[in-house]
Ligand binder design. Structure first.
Ligand code: ASP
Ligand code: MG
Length: 462
């Protein structure tokens, strides 16, 4: 048995959903599907929090939109009257519960993390119910179970929960086997689980990939498949590098690095549970279901050049904390990092020199981080600088740090294109090397490095 994850990008409109349902019938029977919300529904649920808070009268409109989105699909894809009727009833029940939550929010006049999580979990609940109903109408023995009813246990952290694999495995092993079988399909909503106290907690945006990995590990599946409408992991973003190639096999470490920076193929945390149990992850293209895609395993072959991919991230900025003798002064780095972490901001990476601490942050975190640092008394730094027109390039491949000359090849490739490297970070990973360039140099930098490692040298800017 495999666990198959289907993302919101594949659940977009009647035509694509029909294709996915066909694929479930032809390639999915006997397996467990972990599904995302229909495309755009999580955003709608979250945006509606404010609307419901502002005015009770908005709630009816929110519910009508949710109903219309799901009924449009149901009317098109559920053929028999009886099946459509029972689905309509089921949808009505779920929407009734959700509606009460929005009213509760309006009544209590507060958007709490707890309400945000429970409300945003409805996107996945609705899509799992809808897909199960469509497949039943097709004559498939499909069922749907809710994660909180079958014991997908988390640490209870709202908006960023982590699953308890041991407890979840125990619960799943005792609840789910009767629902599994060669000709059956079990649907589970992704994105959330429950704390031991029974609170719905989500895994953060895009967290259905992680949920699917948890389910796969808890059920001891043969493999986790991620269905996407893309080929798989590529040696570079094909929009930037037309000659980019598919990466057939990657290690967990390489996949985690690529997911973290750049490639939006996989939620970065997906690899954590899978790696612990040595569970293979296959990225499968829904547009070419019999193609190989990318496979993530513990051992991946090392190409001669070591490099598997040249990734990049433009959602990045540098906050420079200038102070004299940073390298020799004990405590200053800790003080700066503690202050920023205390404001709930994630530091992506840090590089220090004698006179400066450079903090790598996402763009939206730049200003809040600056404000937080300005609040420290006494001020441990001389000046703060923001660097925003930058992009991060990452070269990823196991063994990158143990092979001589890779960084040198990389830097001479960019230098040949007259691209200046702003900052270098080896990071804690054994599989990646990162450096910053000016935003305007991104495309030529990525192309220069890619062609150095993957084909004959070429400079995109002549
Ligand atoms: N529906 C959630 C989101 O949009 C989770 C997911 O799709 O993975 O973030
Ligand atoms: Mg999604």
């Amino acid at each position: 048995m495999r666990v198959i994850k289907v993302g919101g990008g594949c659940l977009h409109g009647r035509k694509t959903i029909r294709d996915i349902v066909d694929l479930m019938v032809s390639h999915g029977q006997g397996n467990v599907f972990v599904v995302s919300a229909l495309h755009g529904i999580t955003d709608l649920l979250l945006e509606s929090l404010e609307a419901a808070l502002a005015d009770e009268a908005n709630i009816a409109g929110i519910m009508a939109r949710l109903k219309a989105r799901h009924m449009l699909i149901a009317r098109n894809l559920i053929a028999t009257k009886q099946d459509l009727k029972s689905y309509t009833r089921e949808l009505g029940k779920s929407l009734g519960k959700l509606e009460r939550l929005y009213y509760g929010l309006n009544f209590t006049r507060a958007i709490t993390p707890r309400l945000t999580d429970v409300i945003s979990s409805y996107g996945e609940r609705l899509s799992a119910q809808l897909l199960a109903a469509i497949l039943r109408d097709r004559g498939i023995r499909a069922t749907c179970r809710m994660p909180h009813k079958i014991g997908l246990i988390t640490d209870g952290k709202y908006g960023d929960a982590t699953a308890d694999l041991a407890k979840t495995s125990r619960n799943f092993q005792s609840h789910l086997p009767p629902l599994l079988g060669k000709k059956k399909i079990l649907f589970l909503p992704g994105f959330f689980g429950t704390s031991e106290e029974g609170e719905i907690t989500t895994f953060g945006r895009g967290g259905s990939d992680y949920a699917a990995a948890v389910v796969a590990v808890a059920l001891d599946a043969q493999r986790l498949d991620i269905w996407k409408d893309t080929e798989g992991f590529m040696s570079a973003d094909p929009r930037l590098v037309p000659e980019a190639q598919l990466i057939p096999v990657l290690s967990y470490e390489e996949a985690a690095e690529l997911a973290y920076f750049g490639a939006k193929i996989l939620h970065p945390r997906t690899v954590e549970p899978a790696r612990r149990r040595n569970m293979k992850i296959a990225i499968k293209n829904t547009l070419a279901p019999d193609a190989d895609g990318s496979l993530i395993t513990s051992r991946s072959p090392r190409p001669k050049s070591i490099i598997k991919s040249v990734a990049y991230d433009t959602d990045i900025g540098i906050l420079k904390v200038h102070a004299s003798g940073v390298g020799a002064r004990p405590g200053i780095l800790g003080e700066v990092a503690t202050c920023i972490a205390g404001s709930g901001i994630n530091i992506k990476s840090v590089v220090t020199s004698q006179t400066c601490i450079s903090l790598l942050l996402t763009r939206q975190d730049m200003e809040p981080a600056r404000q937080a640092l300005l609040g420290i008394r006494p001020r441990p730094f001389r000046k703060l600088d923001r660097l925003e027109d930058v992009a991060l390039i990452g070269i990823v491949g196991d063994g990158i740090h143990s092979r001589d000359g890779i960084a040198a090849r990389c830097f001479s490739a960019v230098a040949d294109c007259r691209v200046n490297v702003e900052m270098i970070s080896f990071g804690p990973s054994r599989a990646a090397l990162y450096f910053l360039v000016k935003r305007k140099d991104l495309e030529s930098g990525v192309n220069a490095i890619h062609s150095t490692f993957f084909s004959t040298p070429r400079c995109s800017r002549s």
